[in-house]
Design a binder for this molecule. Sequence first.
Ligand code: ZN
Length: 131
Amino acid sequence: MPLLTDLNRPYWTAGADGKWRLQRCSDCKRLIHPPALRCPHDHGTPEYVELSGRGLVETWTVNRHQFFPGFAPPYVIAFVTPVEDDRVRVLTNLVNVEPDDVTAGMAVRVTFQRFVDDEDEVFIPLFEPVL
Ligand SMILES: [Zn+2]
């Protein structure tokens, strides 16, 4: 479970309806990630916007060691850029793909993994290849 704060809560819970959302600056229109109180470029006000859920793999690594219970290796850790703005990147995991089949620029789409604990329900954005 990610540690939820007032700032990041919308990011981790926005996937409840299957839509991927990131902040966008109301002034310069750049996407912003990780969640910020102000645009890092011009200090504009971020607002959450709905995206297509499509992205491209920028870079990745394959984790072959068990660091955390419940995360069975191997798994793929990647930076994905949303098709709406390739100047922002999101750290995520790739799923439903063999690690050796991942390529730079591979087209991916969002899928959400739901987690629930005593207080919160979160939807982790993960990405899978577009077939
Ligand atoms: Zn801005």
